[in-house]
Design a protein around this ligand. Sequence first.
Ligand SMILES: [Zn+2]
Length: 171
Amino acid sequence: MRQTLVLNASYEPLSTVSLRRAVVLVIQHKAVVEHAHPGLRVRAAAVDLPVPQVIRLRRFVKVPFRQRAPWSRRGVLVRDRHRCAYCGRRATTIDHVLPRAQGGDDTWLNTVAACAEDNHRKGARTPAQAGMRLLSQPFEPTPADALLLALGAQDGDALPDWLSLPEAASA
Ligand SMILES: [Zn+2]
């Protein structure tokens, strides 16, 4: 998908995000369009926007750019899109893959989003000990993910289905 450059409020380049995410940030008034694709617009019933190539955040955010994003429970839920790592249903809790009781740490690579039921079922065991399988491996958030975490992006930030984006024309 087309990428949009994100500038901090101070005009420093921060990262790139998908066009979809850029449009969400503009609609949520978290960013303004600095530079748009000539002639292309995002159009729907309630929205008419130029297709952003560069957006700038309205408020200055401190982003751990090119550093490791600090671990947080909320961050793990956002990274995993609130999906349980064991069954794919909605997750509201954090599971330590290697349980804390066995020396597991609060790190990106040792924690996954989990539904309360699977978290309880797994208890203080590893997935192997509990006979459970991870649907995907935990990972370190990219700088772009870290930016979205800093902006407080939530699962519900997806564009509504009725808002279609134009196909990317070669610039
Ligand atoms: Zn689950």
